[in-house]
Design a protein. Structure first.
Length: 216
């Protein structure tokens, strides 16, 4: 199975959001990554459920919502109702993981968890069975267009080994994916690549997706 591509809309041109969404679909993206930032968990603010809902009305792509929120349990329901298909929270947030996981499941959505570059895999061990997605950050969250931190590569390898022992989660890498590391990540066996700047600044988005999926 080829890698799935999840373009991160924060790197798109928001003055032309509808066209950008159409172009993302036409390029062959598998889902759309939505970076929600609260200015507390990360030093930046993006958008909330209102924009997610508008995006959901403009695209048929599944919505891969990445909550960079200090207390995700307070907003999970709003993002579910706004049309998110996968809801990813940070294990470093202040909410209790079991509570957030239960809420997302009861809302009928897929459960994702994200790990900052310095967070070790072992913090996930108690909940490993519960996740549909593990989102490994390749940068410190907050901004698109940052440089990939290579020291996260062993963590990706470790999680791929754990997955082979019989877990259902998809492994996604988010932040700093570019022309230099994308091939390597695909070859390692990553399931999903999130891409902001690399995708939205590409002159030929369709060719880029085909390239990453090994179709050319
Ligand atoms: C970082 C975000 C990422 C990022 C991806 O806080 O979670 O999704 O925007 O953008 P690039 O690929 O440009 O790093
Ligand atoms: Zn993200």
């Amino acid at each position: 199975m080829s890698v799935k591509i999840s373009p991160s809309i924060i790197a798109a041109d928001f003055t032309r959001l509808r066209e950008e969404l159409k172009s993302t679909e036409e390029a062959g993206a598998d889902m759309l990554h939505l970076d929600v930032m609260d200015g507390v968990f990360v030093p930046n603010i993006t958008f909330g459920p209102m924009i997610v809902e508008a995006i959901d009305r403009m695209t048929d792509l599944p919505l891969d919502t990445h909550l960079m929120l200090i207390e995700p349990h307070r907003y999970v329901e709003n993002f579910a109702r706004a049309g998110s298909d996968i809801i990813t929270f940070h294990i470093e947030s202040r909410s209790k993981p079991r509570v957030v996981i239960k809420m997302i499941k009861e809302l009928g959505k897929k459960v994702g968890v994200s790990l900052n570059p310095r967070t070790p895999v072992r913090v996930l061990y108690p909940y490993m069975d519960e996740f549909d997605l593990i989102l490994v950050m390749g940068v410190n969250p907050g901004f698109y267009g940052q440089k990939f931190i290579p020291s996260v590569l062993p963590k990706i390898e470790r999680l791929l080994e754990i997955k082979k022992t019989g877990f259902k989660f998809q492994l996604s890498v988010d932040g700093g994916v570019n022309s230099e590391n994308a091939r390597r990540l695909v070859d390692m066996g990553v399931d999903i690549l999130v891409t902001g700047k690399y995708f939205y600044s590409s002159k030929d988005r369709k060719a880029l997706v085909a390239h990453l999926k090994n179709q050319v």
